[in-house]
Design a protein. Structure first.
Length: 366
């Protein structure tokens, strides 16, 4: 809701509360009231619990995080009317975000060029993340803060963890667990997973005919699927209730379920996991550039890097991530993706994405 002068109702309430506080203290504003609040559009798991405490303390801010749904939603908000001023910090998976963030040419960027002198922790970034820095003409517009991965999640009370079949994408397509399988409502990620299983090493380069071939395979296997879930919370709930015992799964879901004591873990499919890198950037009309830079710097700190896998399942772009873990613990957390010990596939956006969307619609309606 917005006033006729363009002030959001929530901002009006904040201003009113602030005025009341000044009156109550005789015109003096206490330090707590003066603390900067940053409005952010970030995956909620990376600004929760101990991670929130670390960032708020190191950056000297309070975080107000909007519900994060997906990178396409986050980018749509950035590109929409008023989008460059709505949030102080936004997030996107690099393969989706790079081009929309930069715009078609110099000067068309939707985000601010970063002052790297205010983000000294960027120097701690690991080498695997350097290609995912968003830059143009010598200026940096976005920095990678995390790596995640999609894989097969399963209830290890009902699905044998060491079974070769479990350690394959085939376990969410073939008949063995029919009626207890979950797929994700995402044409890009689901078709990609099916393509990997079918032996296509570079799914993003598939022709229209190949995409339709993968779609035909998925249609033939849809009879085995219990549900196509639409959000991380729904996926977690379906595991918790036992409606699913095996599913396509982003790694934060595993972490959430582990914290709840649900017996769910992830496979390391022999065909490779889907890997993704997330960048943060400051919308060009952000209301507080200094504190926004401070928050990004805190998200690249050693303390944040150490806690990130524990809270969210994601891995930090800070090269110190994984310090203190045994080699076995590092592999289980996913750091084998960094070192090359774990096979993985990055997920660039295919040029024929419209065909992928069309095929996925056909799969769902079959």
């Amino acid at each position: 809701m917005t006033t006729h002068k363009g002030i959001h109702r929530r901002d009006m309430l904040r201003l009113t509360a602030g005025a009341a506080g000044v009156a109550a203290t005789g015109g003096l504003i206490c330090p707590a009231a003066a603390q900067t609040t940053l409005e952010v559009m970030l995956p909620n798991a990376i600004v929760s619990g101990k991670l929130r405490e670390i960032v708020e303390k190191e950056a000297g801010i309070k975080i107000s995080d909007a519900p994060f749904q997906s990178t396409p939603d986050s980018i749509s908000r950035l590109l929409g009317p008023g989008g460059t001023s709505r949030f102080n910090i936004s997030f996107g998976i690099i393969d989706f975000a790079r081009q929309p963030v930069l715009g078609p040419k110099a000067g068309a960027e939707k985000v601010a060029a970063l002052d790297m002198s205010k983000i000294p922790n960027a120097a701690k970034m690991g080498a695997p993340f350097k290609p995912d820095i968003i830059e143009r003409d010598g200026k940096i517009y976005g920095l990678p803060v995390l790596m995640g991965y999609n894989t097969v999640l399963f209830n290890y009370d009902q699905v044998p963890a060491k079974d070769e079949f479990t350690q394959s994408w085939g376990s969410i397509f073939e008949d063995k667990y029919a009626g207890k399988i979950g797929w994700f409502e995402s044409p890009h990620q689901m078709i990609f997973a099916a393509a990997i299983y079918l032996g296509k090493e570079k799914p993003a380069t598939m022709t229209d005919a190949e995409v339709r071939e993968v779609g035909d395979f998925m249609i033939s296997k849809k009879k085995n699927v219990r549900v196509i879930w639409t959000s991380f919370s729904q996926c977690a709930n379906l595991f918790a209730t036992g409606e699913m015992i095996i599913a396509f799964g982003p790694i934060p879901v595993r972490t959430q379920l582990e914290q709840q004591g649900i017996h769910v873990t992830n496979a390391w499919p022999k065909e490779g996991v889907e890997s993704l890198v997330g960048d943060v950037f400051i919308p060009k009309d952000s209301s507080n550039l200094d504190k926004s830079h401070a928050m990004i710097n805190a998200m690249l700190s050693d303390a944040f890097a150490k806690e990130l896998p524990n809270v969210s399942g994601y891995l930090s772009s800070n090269a110190s991530g994984g310090d203190g873990m045994t080699e076995e613990q590092k592999l289980q957390a996913g750091y084998g993706i960094h070192s090359g010990k774990t096979k993985h596939h990055s997920m660039p956006i295919p040029a024929n994405l419209n065909t992928w969307v069309e095929v996925w619609s056909r799969v769902k309606s079959a």
